[in-house]
Ligand binder design. Structure first.
Ligand code: ADP
Ligand code: ZN
Length: 292
C-alpha cells in the first residue's frame, strides 16, 4: 500500500512516500513559509504520488479531536500565519483520500512503538529537545490526547542554585522548554549548542533540568520506556548524566526492572531520525483503515 507522510514543522515540511511497513521510498523537504505559499507545493507533491492515504504529524498546538468543530486545525500557535489554519481540510479537499492527523511528537512515539525499539510496549514517552521541547505519549496502547494533547515540554522545573538565566518561554519563562531547549542553551551560554560540546557544566545543567521533567513523567505516567530525540540530544554524553540524575531524583522510592536497567530505559531515538515520518505513515494507514 502506498502511503503519504507529512511531518509539518515550524521551519520545514518533510513530505515522504512509503508503505505500511515503514519503508520510505522517497522524501523531500520544503521550507515552511505561509500556508498560501507552502500548502499548494505539498499538495502538488502528493497529487503526483499515487497514494491511498496521508498521515500528518504537525507542530502545535493543534486540535486532534475528531468530534470537535475545529478538528484538524493548527490552533493557537505563535507562528501566526498558521494560527487557526485547518490543515487537514486543506489536504482532504484537494486530495480526496483519508488524512490522519496528530501532533509531531505523537507521530514520533507512534513510529517508535510501531516500527522501532518500543515495539510491543504499551506505555512509552517520546521527548524531543530541539528548538522547542515536546512530548508524545503512548499510553495503554493509544496516543494520548485527553483535553487537548500533552504539552509536557512546558512543565515547570526548579532552577538550580547559581543559574540566573531568566528563561526563554514567552508563556512560562522558566518551564523546561524555557530553560533547556536549544535557543535557551544558546542564549544562556552565548554560543551555538553544538559548539559547547566540551563544556561539561553546560551538559550537566542541561541533564539536571531534563531529568526533573523525566522524573515527573515517570511518577505520573509510569512509562515502560522514555525515548529522547531532537537536536540537543545529539550530545550523547547527556544520556548517562540524565539517567544518573533521574535515579537520584527518584530517591529509591520506586523499584522496577526498568529502573534497574536505565541504559535500556532512557534511550536515544532508534529510527535514524525517521521516527516522525514513519509514525506519519502509520497515521495514514490508520486513517485508511477507519474509512474502510
Ligand atoms: P527542530 O526542533 O526545529 O525540529 P532540531 O531537533 O534539529 O530541530 O533542534 C534544533 C536545535 O538543536 C537548535 O537549537 C540547535 O542549536 C540544536 N542542535 C542541533 N544540532 C546539535 C548538536 N549537534 N548538538 C547540540 N545541539 C544541537
Ligand atoms: Zn513554557
Amino acid at each position: 500500500m502506498r502511503l503519504g507522510a507529512l511531518e509539518a514543522g515550524g521551519t520545514k515540511m518533510v513530505c515522504a512516500i512509503g508503505d505500511e511497513t515503514g519503508k520510505i521510498f522517497e522524501q523531500i523537504s520544503i521550507p515552511t513559509r505561509t500556508p498560501e505559499d507552502t500548502i499548494p507545493e505539498i499538495i502538488d507533491y502528493f497529487q503526483k504520488a499515487q497514494i491511498e492515504a496521508l498521515g500528518i504529524g504537525c507542530f502545535g498546538p493543534i486540535d486532534p479531536d475528531r468530534q470537535s468543530a475545529t478538528y484538524g486545525y493548527i490552533t493557537s500557535t505563535p507562528k501566526l500565519a498558521w494560527a487557526n489554519f485547518n490543515i487537514v481540510n486543506a489536504f482532504e479537499k484537494a486530495l480526496n483520500y483519508p488524512v490522519g492527523f496528530d501532533t509531531d511528537v505523537n507521530g514520533s512515539v507512534l513510529g517508535e512503538v510501531t516500527f522501532g525499539q518500543a515495539k510491543g510496549k504499551s506505555c512509552v514517552v517520546y521527548v524531543t529537545i530541539g528548538t522547542g521541547v515536546g512530548a508524545g505519549i503512548y499510553i495503554e496502547g493509544k496516543l494520548l490526547h485527553g483535553m487537548l494533547h500533552p504539552e509536557a515540554g512546558h512543565v515547570m522545573i526548579q532552577r538550580r542554585e547559581g543559574d540566573n538565566y531568566q528563561g526563554k518561554c514567552p508563556y512560562h519563562g522558566t518551564c523546561l522548554e524555557g530553560m533547556a531547549a536549544g535557543p535557551a542553551v544558546e542564549e544562556r551560554w552565548g554560543k551555538k549548542a553544538a559548539e559547547l560540546k566540551d563544556r561539561k557544566e553546560v551538559w550537566d545543567l542541561e541533564a539536571y533540568y531534563i531529568a526533573q521533567a523525566l522524573t515527573g513523567y515517570i511518577l505520573t505516567l509510569s512509562p515502560e520506556m522514555i525515548i529522547l530525540g531532537g537536536g540537543i540530544m545529539h550530545q550523547e554524553q547527556l544520556f548517562p548524566m540524565i539517567r544518573g540524575y533521574v535515579k537520584e531524583m527518584l530517591g529509591g522510592y520506586i523499584k522496577t526492572e526498568e529502573l534497574e536497567n536505565m541504559e535500556n530505559y532512557i534511550v536515544p531515538a532508534s529510527l535514524n531520525d525517521d521516527q516522525g515520518i514513519m509514525g506519519a505513515l502509520e497515521l495514514g494507514k490508520r486513517a485508511l483503515a477507519e474509512r474502510k
